[in-house]
Ligand binder design. Sequence first.
Ligand code: HEM
Length: 511
Amino acid sequence: MSKAANRLLQSLVAATCVALGVSSHAADMTRDNGSLVGDNQNSQTAGPNGPALLQDSQLIEKLQRFDRERIPERVVHARGTGAFGEFVPTTDISDLTKAEVFTPGTKTPVFVRFSTVMGYRGSPEQARDPRGFAIKFYTAQGNWDLVGINWPIFFIRDAIKFPDFVHANKPSAVTGVQDPNLAFDFFAHTPEATNMLTHLYTDEGMPDSYRHMDGFGVHAFKLVNAQGQVHYVKFHFRSEQGVHGIRPQNIPGSIGADWNLMTNDLYGALKAGNDPKWDLYVQVLTPEDLGKFDFDALDDTKIWTGVPERKIGTLTLNRVPDNYFETTEESAFAPSRMVPGIEPSEDRMLQGRLFSYADTQMYRLGANFNDLPINRPRVPVVNNNQDGAMNSGDRKGEVNYEPSTLGEIPQDPRYKYVQTPLAGTTQQAAIHKTLNFRQAGEYYRTLSEQEKEDLVTALSSDLSRVTNDTNKYTMLSYFFKADTDYGARLAKATHADLSRVRSLADKLAEN
Ligand code: HEM
């Protein structure tokens, strides 16, 4: 805001305060209780040489507030950048869903947070890492969070492995430095990660800008229409700016030049009025279609190959938030936050995520994190949840239970969850159709010669640092199994014995 506009605002506030009969000193510094501060530069002391006084409430309050400025950073995706924008649907998909966010003509405000995964909050934005692409849609039916990344797949397929995956990939518990020995120790026991690792080590693993990457919901979700019919869908946001990554030889320069390259690029574009856009596409399957693949269609390490994409809308970012902490840091996204017409699939990773996000947010931000302005739905919240630390939900009335004849809150049966047919007994068993390597090979073969070279350069550089021979050869056998040319090039680049790689790959169950 310009100085002139600020002065105008202050005089308007002052005039309003006079009209309301309260005094206003909008221009003057106050304490947190609103009382005026006379001197913010000199503490009260006992004479010229004496100690500071306990009665100096401004000094004490200022230090107390400063001492409490930090909250726990996110356990993953700590380094992030947020922006406001809007989502506009372009196609009627009422055949698929009753969710009003998809009704053509509806404009839904959004907040998007991009992030790296493994680094600390202040870490460089250039890192070989997936990028978070989390979207909060403030819909007329409540908030819908789509908490995705820049690829359509993930490393693992069962939520029970997630803490181990993160521990192995985060900075070491001893040195505080990321270590490929630990990461590949985990991945050597995780053949399903071969597809995602292949994506990670291409140039796309180092996007040159948040604007130059796609976004994917990764999991299958259920869309439910007004008749209760279910379709399984995947959400794909395709960048209108194109997808660009940084080649391995240019990485040191880009990190040296600007640690905050991604934020500076995004905010620079937004401030210049160069608003980035992504087109939203869905892939759609009927419940009967799910079984028709030779992989498990609810396995998030797999792409739904051969399923056409249908364009349904456009996401535009158009505004840099005014306050980093109150938006980017305090924003809380959760895959469990859905609206009627959008429901979770039975994907085992998604099922774990449905629990984990709100749980960590109650720890990171407190039980009433949904009352924070960035998280608050733009529709009234009407239920009997109450109290807790820092509550400001403004709940009214003493009937805070139900059933009740005194103040029952109505519920509309049209919004009940859809019924899902089940079979079998409870169990603890891996999925049957694992197909761990084939899609990695298919993806490798779509790459240009330069992209293949860059992939081998980047991946072999980390694999060469793996000192445990068993882990190194196991990893090489996975890539060889995916594609023999891919595996052979990596073996050469890491000075490995190709016949040993081949014989290990031959023992792997499937291609
Ligand atoms: C079971 C597996 C997973 C678990 C338990 C898990 C857990 C978490 C947790 C605890 C956070 C921090 C949230 C916060 O502090 O607000 C987080 C952030 C995030 N996760 Fe996951 N995650 C899992 C898998 C995934 C997958 C598969 C994706 C991609 C599709 C993903 C994308 C993200 C993103 C984008 C964020 C950052 C959200 C933001 O910007 O605030 N996660 N995850």
